[in-house]
Design a binder for this molecule. Structure first.
Ligand SMILES: [Zn+2]
Length: 402
């Protein structure tokens, strides 16, 4: 998603800010808290019933799918999130001998409910027994509540750091997401009004519908914290295969978990390694590459990241690691020399970064950014550079973060 202004976003690369909404810190935070608080307090029983019904509908077989399920190996599936105005993360789905383990829970309960229904339709009748939150971000955990509504016992797992960050930040970030969405809605309405293209107007109308549905649903947001937490490692054993939940060091956040399945040579990586431009808003730029080096000591082939496509090998993981290392080195040096963020954004271009030009990484990212998004005349000129500019700003701010 594009990284706007100096927002401390959990941003992700995307073709256009108009195509996605990525909440972050907001200057209008206080205003928003009041607004959302008031809305919630004043929500009528009818309104609440409306979005509960919407949630139930989205779990039904007639609703359009939010994910595409791809098989990585026996019992290992990748739920690739389809493009939505308010992003959902991907999930990794592990079908074991008697139950299912799902990694990550999307931006809203209805998306998690939709995936649950899809697993039942397309994969198995076995119940989901465990949900892993790879990290605390809203688009990976706000759907947790759906797993509490399944009628069978589901336990949520994460690191202690993630639980602490969720306790402290999830509600705040949810309100900030509402703030960003309010702004995006306003922009989208303006865009629809000024467009002469019927296709663009229809696109805008659908984006508006999706954002309004998100706003309505999150009015009764229920924070669901992890039940099982650990510092470094936790193992889920099964006769089908084992899952090693591991913390390898700070990276995208303070508490990133990797879920490694040695018998199937697959690893779910959340946002610490994925197919979009990495986001460093809550990240540890100097530590991140070494964390990936630790991860890469394990035996795996399939990389199931939190966004973007599944990777059949380690190429993109290596590209991303090298990119973070190179850009961090340049920003560190630039900061030492007294360069401003704006000066560095001019200097560190897509063409000048060696890591982006190696192994087709820039071309890969550009292709992913445009995937699933209609282009209209008003599309961004250089979405990849926009995201790199966001990375420069975030690295600058997060250097030497304690
Ligand atoms: Zn994230």
């Amino acid at each position: 998603m594009c990284q706007r202004g100096h927002r401390h976003t959990h941003a992700h690369s995307h073709a256009s800010v108009r195509n996605h909404v990525e909440p972050g810190h907001s200057s209008r935070r206080d205003f928003l808290r009041v607004l959302m608080g008031g809305t919630l307090a004043g929500a009528s029983v009818l309104e609440l019933a409306w979005h509960r019904a919407a949630w139930a509908r989205s779990a039904g077989p007639t609703d359009s799918k939010l994910f595409d399920l791809e098989k990585a190996a026996d019992g290992v599936y990748f739920a690739k999130a389809r493009a939505q105005a308010v992003i959902n993360c991907n999930a990794a789905v592990f079908v074991r001998s008697n139950d299912v383990v799902v990694v990550d829970a999307h931006s809203k309960p209805s998306a998690a409910a939709s995936l649950l229904a899809q697993i039942k339709r397309e994969l198995t009748d076995k119940p989901v027994r465990y949900v892993v939150n790879t990290h605390f971000h809203w688009d990976h955990s706000q759907g947790n509540h759906a797993y509490r509504q399944t009628g069978s016992k589901v336990e949520i797992l994460a690191t202690n750091a993630t639980k602490r960050l969720m306790s402290g930040l999830s509600v705040k970030r949810m309100h900030e997401s509402a703030d960003d969405i309010a702004q995006a809605l306003e922009a989208m309405r303006k865009r629809a009004a000024s467009s002469n293209s019927a296709a663009e107007k229809a696109f805008c109308a659908e984006q508006i519908r999706q954002m309004e549905a998100y706003e309505a649903e999150l009015k009764d947001f229920t924070l669901e914290l992890p039940d099982i937490t650990f510092d470094d490692a936790y193992e889920l054993k099964d006769s089908a295969f084992d899952l090693h939940l591991q913390f390898h060091g700070r990276a995208h956040t303070e508490g990133d978990v990797f879920v490694h399945c040695p018998q199937r040579r697959a690893i779910a990586t959340g946002d610490a390694s994925h197919g979009w431009v990495p986001n460093l808003g809550d990240g540890f730029p100097q530590a991140w590459p070494a964390t990936i080096d630790n991860v890469m000591q394990a035996d795996f082939k399939y990389v199931l990241g939190g966004h973007g496509p599944m990777q059949p090998d380690r190429t993109i993981m290596t590209c991303q690691r090298n990119y973070i290392e190179e850009l961090t080195g340049k920003v560190e040096e630039g900061k030492r020399d007294g360069l401003s963020v704006a000066e560095m954004q001019k200097r560190f271009t897509v063409a000048s970064l060696r890591s982006l030009q190696s192994n087709g990484y820039a071309a890969f990212l550009t292709r992913i950014q445009s995937e699933g998004h209609p282009r209209f005349s008003s599309a961004d000129d250089s979405p990849l550079q926009n995201d790199i500019n966001g990375n420069i700003r975030d690295i600058y701010n997060n250097l030497n973060r304690a």
